[in-house]
Write a protein of this length. Structure first.
Ligand code: ADP
Ligand code: ZN
Length: 716
């Protein structure tokens, strides 16, 4: 039998979780050894737990250095809700409050103290730290967001530099540094700047398997595409990123008008308003926040279910971090980037305006990387992780390219037509004109230049203008053709173009699928029921959270509510098994949630399907041990009628043992046939199986198969 280790027992008791996330156990074990430590984990990896659990297991106080006041509050609320002694000290507190918190610390009632670096190292605080050390002991210093110490990082905070002092002043107390920074340079800088003493370094994978990545090509109604995508998220929380403040305001305004509850966020707003909007998002008062990249640092909301980029992000690292704000709780979440091929020239133009040449080069390199990502046809994860120097072997099954791979086609002939048209037009025209010539347009411009007389005029009528555009972009993207960038965008042939024209190089392009497959099956009644209950539990959670003025996720994570909705626990013992329910939360919320679940069950009508009298008569005889033939004889009915009774009873979940009616090997063959030809009609299944199988056994097996399918199709 499975035996949880002692660490797992504590994990359940304090935090309600059954298993560790990847890396957590190793880091915690290291931390318990009292050695310096650098842990690098992606956002949502579960870093906090790596210092919180050791803090609980060791005597004394763990001091957590954290850069953001809002985050401190959030983490402390979460800990208090789990019944763990935690507090913070920062400039938002009155003198009285500071005194009483310090008293609590010296009384040993606090295991975790959150504090900003400048306060920790201030002359006025150091004496208090000393008395805490002698009275209760200090078990560790945990430096959260440790990349703030590095000038190479994206969020340098000079006050972090002073933390170096800790190593000198408190030689025997271990320092743990945590960061989600992906770059090597910053990691090394952290060790140096904090003066870590021969630290253990743990670097987790940056893969976030629960995030679904997709790039959607914008069409003319791009706003409607966005609206639709948001509606498809059915009211769950999400972020929409735009590049400019103007766009943020515009999109927020339109979404609100279209019935999506949302608020804007950007640096141009007054700080009070901004903080208010942020809080209303965190507390689930509104569903969506439309923001510039100014939003997100210091947002701990774990149940963000989608992050959409309505405009092309500036670089891939930024995209990874921003989209990574989705699904920190490990539950599925969607990251969709809306992209229009027109974005590139626009940004190119902006880059040209930059005065510094080095800056231009860097910006162009970053732009190319993000373009590679959006236009790439391989696994999106593979592209991202490669950027961070991590190898990932493709086919994640959770990105658009893996789920709907675009077929690669040989378009060499088309490319030759296109390029020779560029040559005939003397490399003096842009894409649109070349396509006009190829498709035999009688536009004035074409005629004025006499291009209707060229040998390439009209040789491309067999393809649509969009297809030619796609080819042209692919050629540019693959470096098989050049485009000037000096205000006019003129196509120019390069070495590789000539190789294609000379037939020594072939061209393959990924062909986008015009028809999007929608394979979503209709929901079954059970799924609907689970979703209804989930919504109700969410409402209860929201009310409880508002009463304590904390964000809803402090009470329970979405994943916990989901399991409750699915399993409908009836007793406190069952409720305690739900992931996220620790000892304290069981005590505090168990009864409220249990009674909500019971109430829900009472209100729901009995199952619609009820066995008929004749089916029940058959069932009675079956229970007496009669086989199909015997039941038929007994009731004076045909065996096929009895079979259909039994089949329907199986689908209604009556206890009928299929193994007594059809041998397991035969069931296996039948199931294989069903999965091959579908379950709708019996004849094709029989045809696939052959003569030695009869309709009765196929029918019975299919019913069981259907029932199991229904069970598998858990909602969400
Ligand atoms: P990070 O700081 O690395 O971005 P957090 O520490 O905020 O991540 O954790 C992200 C979310 O994951 C939180 O909601 C946390 O409660 C949850 N979490 C952490 N560890 C586990 C675990 N072992 N099992 C389930 N959920 C976890
Ligand atoms: Zn993939």
């Amino acid at each position: 039998m499975y035996q949880p280790t002692p660490l797992e027992t504590y994990l359940k008791q304090y935090f309600g979780y059954d298993t560790f996330r990847p890396g957590q156990r190793q880091i915690i074990e290291e931390a318990l050894q009292n050695r310096d430590l650098l842990a690098v984990m992606p956002t949502g990896g579960g870093k906090s737990l790596c210092f919180q659990l050791p803090a609980l297991l060791k005597p004394g106080l763990t001091v957590v250095v954290s850069p953001l006041i809002a985050l401190m509050q959030d983490q402390v609320d979460t800990l208090l809700n789990n019944g763990i002694g935690a507090t913070f000290l920062n400039s938002s507190l009155e003198w009285e409050a500071v005194r009483s918190r310090e008293r609590e610390i010296l009384q040993g009632r606090i295991k975790l103290l959150y504090i900003a670096p400048e306060r920790l190292l201030s002359e006025s605080f150091l004496p208090f730290l000393e008395s805490a050390r002698s009275r209760v002991g200090i078990s560790a210093f945990a430096v959260d967001e440790a990349h703030c110490v590095s000038a190479w990082g994206h969020d340098f905070r000079p006050e972090y530099r002073q933390l170096k002092v800790l190593r000198q002043r408190y030689r025997e107390i271990p320092v743990f540094a945590f960061t989600a920074t992906a770059t090597k340079r910053v990691r090394e800088d952290i060790c140096t700047q904090l003066n870590l003493n021969n630290p253990r370094i743990y670097i987790a994978s940056f893969n976030r398997p629960n995030l679904y990545y997709e790039v959607k090509r914008k069409n003319r109604q791009s706003y409607n595409q966005l609206l639709q995508a948001i509606r498809a998220q059915k009211g769950s929380s999400g972020i929409v990123y735009c590049l400019s403040r103007r766009k943020v305001d515009e999109i927020a305004f339109r979404l609100e008008k279209d019935g999506i509850s949302c608020l804007p966020y950007h640096a141009g707003m007054e700080s009070e308003k901004r903080i208010d909007n942020q809080n209303r998002f965190i507390r689930d008062d509104v569903q969506v926040i439309v923001a510039t990249v100014a939003f997100g640092m210091g947002i701990n909301k774990p149940d963000v279910r989608f992050v959409f980029h309505y405009e092309l992000p500036r670089n891939l690292e930024g995209y990874y971090q921003e989209s990574g704000r989705a699904g920190r709780d490990g539950e599925p979440a969607n990251c969709i980037l809306f992209y229009s091929p027109g974005d590139k020239p626009r940004i190119d133009y902006l880059i040209d305006q930059k005065p510094d040449e080095n800056e231009q080069r860097l910006a162009r390199q970053q732009l190319n990387q993000i373009i590679d990502y959006v236009e790439g046809t391989e696994c999106r994860r593979t592209i991202q992780l490669r950027y961070f120097g991590e190898r990932f072997s493709g086919n994640c099954d959770n990105c658009d390219n893996c789920r709907n791979p675009q077929p690669i086609e040989d378009w060499t002939i088309e490319a030759q037509k296109f390029l020779s048209c560029v040559a005939r037009c003397r490399e003096k025209f842009g894409m649109t004109h070349i396509i006009d010539v190829l498709r035999g347009s009688s536009k004035k411009r074409v005629l004025d230049y006499g291009h209707h007389l060229l040998s390439t005029y009209g040789i491309g009528k067999d393809r649509s203008a969009d297809e030619w555009k796609h080819l042209s972009r692919s050629l540019l993207h693959q470096g098989l053709l050049n485009e000037t960038n000096d205000g006019y965008r003129v196509l120019k042939l390069n070495k590789k173009s000539w190789q294609i024209l000379k037939k020594v190089r072939s061209v393959s392009i990924a062909v986008p699928q015009t028809t999007t497959k929608t394979t979503k099956a209709d929901k079954n009644p059970r799924q609907i029921e689970v979703e209804l209950l989930f919504d109700r539990l969410r409402l209860l959670r929201k009310n409880l959270a508002d009463a304590q003025s904390v964000p809803p996720y402090v009470i329970f994570a979405d994943s916990s509510l989901r399991v409750m909705a699915r399993q409908q626990p009836q007793t406190r013992e069952e409720f305690a098994k739900v992931p996220g329910v620790g000892a304290r939360k069981l005590e505090r919320y168990g009864d409220r949630f249990l009674s909500e679940i019971r109430e829900f069950a009472r209100e729901r009508k009995p199952p619609v399907q009820v066995a008929s009298d004749t089916q029940m008569t058959t069932f009675g005889l079956y229970q007496q041990g009669l086989n199909i033939e015997e039941i038929a004889r007994e009731r004076g009915l045909r065996p096929s009628t009895i079979t259909s009774h039994l089949s329907e009873l199986i689908e209604m979940r009556q206890p009928i043992d299929l193994d007594c009616l059809v041998s397991p090997e035969r069931q296996k063959a039948i199931v294989a046939a069903i999965e091959k030809v579908g379950e709708k009609a019996l004849t094709p299944i029989r045809d696939a199986l052959g003569e030695e199988y009869n309709y009765e056994e196929i029918r019975l097996t299919r019913s069981r198969w259907r029932r199991e399918k229904e069970d598998e199709e858990e909602p969400f």
